[in-house]
Each structure stands twice: as structure tokens, then as C-alpha cells.
Design a protein around this ligand. Structure first.
Ligand code: ADP
Ligand code: ZN
Length: 781
């Protein structure tokens, strides 16, 4: 008896055994979608494995049906899903769900392809005069002669296909004048039926009769929904490489060509300063992979997945590139996915979820900007795409290259330990010089301004003026949107906070309201203070809107634009703002992290970081690392053209190592000091760091369970793991839900997982408390 192990969406973390009826034996293979009975329902599930035995003591229920075609998941992806389920303590069905785009998963109505109905003139036979019917099937095959294969009977206006075929074989009259006119309009081409009828004012009924008479052929065609449709992209040729690029490519090629019977190749960490030409190395490595008949996946942080990025890959590889990202429609995603599954597309570019693209004969995975936090998924399964990429590469025995100007300390240490091969590119390609970074001590600026912290230092103002005079562009970065983050009453000190979240409301001048950045709730600014009746409110702190307003005052006549979540969700799109900036219509672009990542504008010669301390003050062991990355990234935005660039960093802690080292572009020096501290405190990369969050609308229940859970884990001897005290999350209450956390760190992930599983089993959570386990958490948050 054949037994299929099937995971369904409802069977929390478990797969069930089903009997495979002999008739379905060919279709029920690992990775296939099947229909199975579950209780009194019929569910869709994925086949994890097929064997000839079961541990289930009773009679197995049968698989009811199976999807045709190649199974949606390759064997390698199935293995990867199992690994993820075990490593991230996530139910297997959620891991499988994560791997399939919704449009592929829910093939409920049909196969998910879009079809379009087309019409064309039926072929002429070789004989004299009129046209002959070819709309029929077998009967007319012999008469089509050298013109080609017979048509399939695809005509199905309101189910009249059979009649049409019958009639088509009957002798027929000469076309009328109107019909001849229509045939002429069609010529040798094929037209989309609806559009053709509309344009020439033809009644659909007329076409239907012509099809019945065999004058025209009407059929449905799969129409690919192409995310790049309408874009003209000029092909690009490989650039001659610099010495550093050549050495880096050689290392990647060595991994690509690792013998199939040897050990899996080592991942390559490509540490290259911004604009050192990492992308060109990726492109040429992909070319090598394609030459060997294999495929590649390129992961890019969602925010950097701009048309500009996509264009570089399409320009080099054309139609074999598939793009997957969240802004695609479900249909486009479905079609791109199937182009990958069928092997038509062999280079996949996308954000973290593109890691699960069903590329067969995978030769290379690229993780660009590997240090980016957005590679971590913040819902179950809480996987890190960089880490899972390394595992997938091991399973598929393919090359993996991690690229960054500021590698994560995890990868940096793996390179130091020799687990990863390291390639270094310390110079910018194409004669671009590194920008100079200067630090402005805002304590001095405050003293000079009479004790009030100014938003713009004199140094920054002067530098911007210079750019305006020279017709060059400036980017200003501030990690906070809105106008002012704090709104309070100067008389009694009352501060406006969100009703549902434990955070203050920010003032947004665009629409004149208070907004919660956690839940999005908004309300008007009160006319008087609800506590003391004072009519004056004080708006403290600065957000991007205020920076924009101050910049307009300081630089009248300059054209100033802003890019943050408020703008891109309401007014103009990301792309509109950027193309205006690229065209040089904007002198100064103010923005949040959206402007810090991956953008490449040759005329930007100044990047200003208005408050480098925001990140440093967070209670997060990665605070210094994040700050270093931010400065390096902003430095990467400046001076990418012929002219050198400047970066100005405003800070109240000008001596902080992250800031000092970043200004000197000294990643290695920063990493050395930071690693020493992490080692002392046993933080990653010297341990694995897990964070468990307990949530509930009942504060006492959530907190009480956190305490019991921590007790169930047990203090331990401090050797195998370190358990953090249960504590409120950084945002203790969000959308009305209270959140408490514990952290757990230790050298061996298996030990941590065992403790977590044991605690869950010992004290199962009450119904009112949700538990979210984040393995290898980016931080406690
Ligand atoms: P990174 O990905 O490291 O930030 P890019 O690959 O975007 O760097 O390269 C930065 C710029 O340098 C791009 O405009 C690219 O076309 C150019 N470039 C890269 N490699 C070369 C090369 N070998 N010769 C000339 N120009 C290059
Ligand atoms: Zn809120």
C-alpha cells in the first residue's frame, strides 16, 4: 500500500497519513497538491512524503484527488520546509504556505492563468478563390496542406462549440460584403476579440456567425501578465572588471564549479564598499551559472527592489528573468511563478520570499545587502532569508554569495572562522571616490544657538547652500516621520498618547492631526488641554515634515521634496518622487530609511544625517551596529557620479565608536570592538538569541503566563543558556494588546529549542494569551 504524508492548513504542525489509491499513484508525489478528507471536510494539502508504511494503527482514509503537472514544490524545497519547521519551531504547514504565493496555492478556480479571447481569419486553402473552413478538427486536417497544423476546436461561445464544429464542416456560402470587410481588417493578424469588436463597431454576434461558417477562428489564449510589460529596457554588456571584482568573481565561480561529489561549497561573503561594483560581480556570476544550464535567485531588500534595480538584471539577461515582489498583482505573481516552475525563467529577482522560488538546477543564490533586517520575517515562520539561503544552498549543493558594505557581525564572524570565504572590495569602481564623512558635534551647536538644539547645524546649512549654488543635489535623512513626535501641554505637562498603544501621538502637519505610529489611529489636536484647559499645545522634537518646513524657510527658492510613509501611501508614489529627483527637478530630498537604501543618483554630492543618535539610544544590543550601517549607507548615496561626495553626521555623541569608525569607513575596526562587547555579554554572533512574546488583552494574564513560562524554562546553570527576566516589550501595549517578553540566549540552537518546547508542553498557554517564538530574533522588540 502506498501511503502519503499530507500537511494541511488546519492540522497544527502535524502531517497525516493517507492511502494513495493506485489510480493516483503517479500524481501523488512529494510536493504535489492533493485533496484529502479531514473530519467531515475536504481540504487541500501538500504531500510531504510517500512511503509504503504508516504508524497509524487504524484504517487510512484515501487521497481523493491530486493536481496535475509538476508538483509546486521541488524535493529540495520540501526538505527546506522541514528544516525551517524544526529550526524556527514553526508548524510545517505554515512553512509550506510561506513557500507558495497565494495565487499559486489557492488554485481553486481553474489553474489561475488569465486567458484572453482572440480572433483571426481562418486560413485560406491553396485553392482558388474563397476561404475554407478550418475551425473544425480532424475532418479538415487534410485540407490545410502546407499551411500548418489543424486548429483545435477551441470555439466555445456559450457552449455552442459542438454545433460550430458540425456546421463548420458543412458547405458554405461566399462571405458577404460585411464579412469580407471584417476579414480584411483582420488581415493575417490576430486581434483581441473584445477590442476588435469595439474598435470597428462589430456586433459579437456577427463574429460568432462567421466562426460558425468557418471564416474566422476564435480561441482562448493564456495571456501572460508581465510585470515589466511596456518597459523598454536596453540590453547591457558585461563590464571589464577591476582587479578586486575579478578576484571576487573567481571566488564565487569556484563555489559554482565545486565538484558535485565533494562537500557543499562554502558561502562567499562579498564585503564591498558602496559602489564598489558588487552588482556587476553578481551579474557575471549569474551569467556563468546560466552558461552551465543552471538557475539563480537574487534576493534584494524589498525597499531596494526599485525599477532601477530590476532593470539592471533584465538588461543583462532579458526574458529569463522573473521578478517577484509584493507590489505585483496576484495574477502577475502567479504567472511569474509558473514561468519559474516550468523552467522558462531561470533568474529570479525578489525580496526574501523569492528565496522559495521553485528554480530547479539551482546554481547560485545571491543575498544582496545581507545585513538588512527586512530579511527577517516578522510572522510565523520567523525565518531569516540569509540564513535559510545558506541552508537551501547546502541542500541544493549550490553557491551562495552574501553581499554588503556593512556585513552583519554574524556573517563577518563566520568569515573569520573560515566557515565563509571572504572577498573584499575596498575601492569604488569606475573612478568614483569615497565620500568624506564629517561629524558635527551638536552639543557645541546647541551652546552656540543659546541652549536650544537646532535641527540644522551651521556646517550643514553652509554645505547645502554650496550645493544649491553649484546645481548639485542633497539628501537629508531623519528616522522619524510626521512633524513633531511629542505633543504636550506646557502648563500641566499632559502628553497626548494613543488610547490603544503605550506610545505618544505624533503631530502631522499635512493633515493637521495627531497620529499613532503603532496602530495608525488619528484624532484632531484638542482645542484645549483635557487636563487643565490650557489652549496652547507644545510640539516637541522633529520629524521629516518639520525638517521639510525648516528647509523651506532656510533655503527659499530651492525645490524640496519629501519621501516617507505618509507621502508614499497618500500623495505620490515612491517612483514618482524618485524620478523627479533623478531628473534633477528636486534640489533637496528629505526622507526616512526609504532614501537611505540602494538608491543611485549621480548628482547627489551631499548626504546629511540629521540625528544619528536616534538609533544609538534604543535598548537594543544591535544599536551600535545599526548606527554604523546607517552612516555607511548614507555615505553610499553621496558622490556616486563624477564629483566626490560629502556626508555630514549630526550627533550628540561624536565620540561613540560606531560614529567615529563609520566616519573613517573602518568596518573592520568597528567590528573588532563591537565583537568584543558582544562576546562579553554573550550576544550574537557568540550565541543564538531567541525572544518569546506573550500577548493578551488581559494584562495580568499575559504577564502571569510570561512568569510561569520563564519558570518552566528554568534558570539553568548559566552555561548552556542565559534566560532574561520576563519584562514588558519596548512597546508594552499595541492596538489594545499587552506584550511581555523573555529572551533566551545560548550557543546551541538545539538546546534553546528543546527548552522552549519543554516549557510549552509543561505550561500550555491559556486561551487568552498568544505566544510568539522568535528564533534568532533580530532584537527584542
Ligand atoms: P554596488 O552594488 O557595490 O553598490 P554597483 O554594482 O552598483 O556597486 O556599481 C556602482 C557603479 O559602478 C555602477 O554605476 C556600475 O555600473 C559601475 N561599475 C561597476 N563595475 C564597474 C566596472 N568594472 N567598470 C566600470 N564601471 C563599473
Ligand atoms: Zn495606537
Amino acid at each position: 500500500m502506498l501511503v502519503a504524508q499530507v500537511a494541511t492548513d488546519v492540522a497544527a504542525g502535524k502531517a497525516f497519513d493517507y492511502e494513495v489509491p493506485p489510480a493516483l499513484a503517479g500524481a501523488v508525489v512529494p510536493g504535489a497538491v492533493v485533496r484529502v478528507p479531514f473530519g467531515r471536510r475536504v481540504l487541500e494539502g501538500l504531500v510531504l512524503a510517500v512511503s509504503d508504511r504508516t504508524d497509524f494503527p487504524g484504517a487510512l482514509r484515501p487521497v481523493l484527488g491530486a493536481g496535475g503537472g509538476p508538483p509546486p514544490l521541488t524535493p529540495a524545497l520540501l526538505e527546506l520546509a522541514r528544516w525551517m519547521a524544526a529550526y524556527y519551531l514553526a508548524p510545517i504547514e505554515l512553512c509550506l504556505r510561506t513557500m507558495l504565493p497565494p495565487a499559486v496555492r489557492d488554485g481553486a478556480d481553474g489553474d489561475g492563468f488569465a486567458r484572453v479571447r482572440v480572433v483571426r481569419a481562418a486560413r485560406r486553402d491553396g485553392g482558388a478563390g474563397g476561404r475554407r473552413e478550418t475551425a473544425g478538427t480532424e475532418g479538415t486536417a487534410g485540407t490545410t496542406g502546407a499551411e500548418g497544423r489543424p486548429e483545435q476546436g477551441t470555439f466555445d461561445f456559450s457552449g455552442k462549440r459542438k454545433a460550430a464544429e458540425r456546421k463548420a464542416r458543412a458547405p458554405r456560402a461566399e462571405p458577404t460584403a460585411r464579412q469580407r470587410e471584417i476579414l480584411e481588417r483582420l488581415g493575417d493578424g490576430e486581434e483581441i476579440l473584445a477590442g476588435f469588436c469595439r474598435t470597428w463597431r462589430i456586433a459579437p454576434e456577427t463574429i460568432r456567425r462567421m466562426a460558425e461558417d468557418g471564416l474566422v477562428v476564435v480561441e482562448d489564449r493564456v495571456r501572460r501578465r508581465d510585470p515589466l510589460a511596456g518597459r523598454r529596457i536596453l540590453p547591457s554588456a558585461p563590464l571589464p572588471l577591476t582587479d578586486e571584482q575579478t578576484a571576487a568573481l573567481a571566488l564565487v565561480r569556484e563555489a559554482i564549479d565545486a565538484p558535485a561529489d565533494g562537500p557543499a561549497p562554502r558561502p562567499v561573503l562579498l564585503h564591498g564598499v558602496t559602489a564598489s561594483g558588487k552588482t556587476e560581480v553578481f551579474l557575471q556570476a549569474i551569467a556563468a551559472v546560466l552558461e552551465r544550464g543552471r538557475g539563480a535567485i537574487v534576493l534584494v531588500p524589498e525597499i531596494a527592489l526599485t525599477p532601477q534595480t530590476i532593470r539592471r538584471f533584465v538588461a543583462r539577461f532579458g526574458g529569463v528573468v522573473a521578478v517577484l515582489h509584493s507590489r505585483l498583482g496576484a495574477g502577475e505573481r502567479h504567472d511569474e511563478w509558473h514561468r519559474i516552475r516550468s523552467g522558462e525563467a531561470r533568474v529570479v529577482v525578489g525580496p526574501r520570499s523569492a528565496l522559495f522560488a521553485p528554480v530547479e538546477r539551482l546554481g547560485l543564490i545571491v543575498v544582496d545587502e545581507e545585513h538588512e533586517p527586512s530579511y527577517k520575517q516578522d510572522e510565523t515562520p520567523r525565518y531569516h532569508a540569509r540564513d535559510v539561503a545558506v541552508v537551501r544552498a547546502r541542500i541544493e549543493r549550490c553557491a551562495v554569495v552574501l553581499g554588503s558594505a556593512t556585513p552583519s557581525l554574524e556573517s563577518w564572524r563566520n568569515a573569520a572562522l573560515g566557515k565563509y570565504a571572504l572577498a573584499t572590495m575596498a575601492h569604488r569602481a569606475a573612478d568614483m571616490r569615497m565620500p568624506s564623512v564629517s561629524i558635527v558635534d551638536m552639543r557645541e551647536e546647541t551652546a552656540r544657538a543659546g541652549g536650544k538644539l537646532p535641527a540644522f547645524s551651521e556646517t550643514l546649512v553652509r554645505a547645502i547652500r554650496q550645493r544649491l549654488d553649484d546645481g548639485e543635489q542633497t539628501m537629508l535623512f531623519l528616522n522619524r516621520r510626521g512633524y513633531a513626535p511629542t505633543v504636550s501641554c506646557p502648563a500641566c505637562g499632559h502628553a497626548e498618547t494613543c488610547d490603544e498603544c503605550s506610545v505618544g501621538m505624533s503631530y502631522h502637519i499635512d493633515d493637521g492631526v495627531l497620529r499613532c505610529h503603532v496602530c495608525g489611529a488619528w484624532r484632531p489636536v484638542p482645542r484645549v488641554c483635557p487636563c487643565c484647559g490650557n489652549p496652547d499645545y507644545r510640539f516637541t522634537g522633529v520629524g521629516t515634515q518639520r525638517i521639510e518646513a525648516i528647509a523651506r524657510r532656510l533655503f527659499p527658492g530651492a525645490s524640496i521634496d519629501r519621501m516617507d510613509l505618509d507621502v508614499t501611501t497618500r500623495k505620490a508614489s515612491h517612483e514618482e518622487i524618485l524620478s523627479k529627483f533623478r531628473a534633477g527637478k528636486t534640489d533637496i530630498l528629505v526622507g526616512t530609511q526609504m532614501i537611505a537604501k540602494g538608491l543611485d543618483f549621480p548628482n547627489v554630492t551631499l548626504a546629511g544625517i540629521l540625528n544619528a543618535d536616534t538609533g544609538l539610544n534604543l535598548p537594543d544590543f544591535r544599536a551600535a551596529e545599526r548606527t554604523f550601517q546607517l552612516i555607511a549607507q548614507m555615505a553610499g548615496r553621496a558622490g556616486r557620479g563624477a564629483k566626490p561626495g560629502d556626508v555630514i553626521v549630526q550627533t550628540l555623541s561624536p565620540d561613540h565608536p560606531a560614529i567615529v569608525r563609520a566616519a573613517r569607513e573602518d568596518f573592520a575596526g568597528f567590528a573588532e570592538g563591537e565583537l568584543r562587547e558582544r562576546q562579553e555579554l554573550r550576544y550574537p554572533p557568540f550565541s543564538h538569541f531567541d525572544c518569546v512574546t506573550f500577548r493578551g488583552t488581559d494584562r495580568a494574564a499575559a504577564e502571569g503566563y510570561a512568569v510561569r513560562f520563564a519558570a518552566a524554562i528554568g534558570e539553568g546553570d548559566g552555561e548552556a543558556y542565559v534566560l532574561g527576566e520576563p519584562a514588558p516589550a519596548a512597546i508594552e501595549r499595541a492596538k489594545g494588546v499587552w506584550r511581555f517578553q523573555i529572551t533566551l540566549r545560548g550557543a546551541r540552537p538545539a538546546v534553546l529549542n528543546e527548552r522552549l518546547r519543554a516549557a510549552l508542553a509543561a505550561v500550555p498557554p491559556p486561551a487568552s494569551v498568544g505566544v510568539a517564538i522568535d528564533v534568532d530574533a533580530y532584537g527584542a522588540g
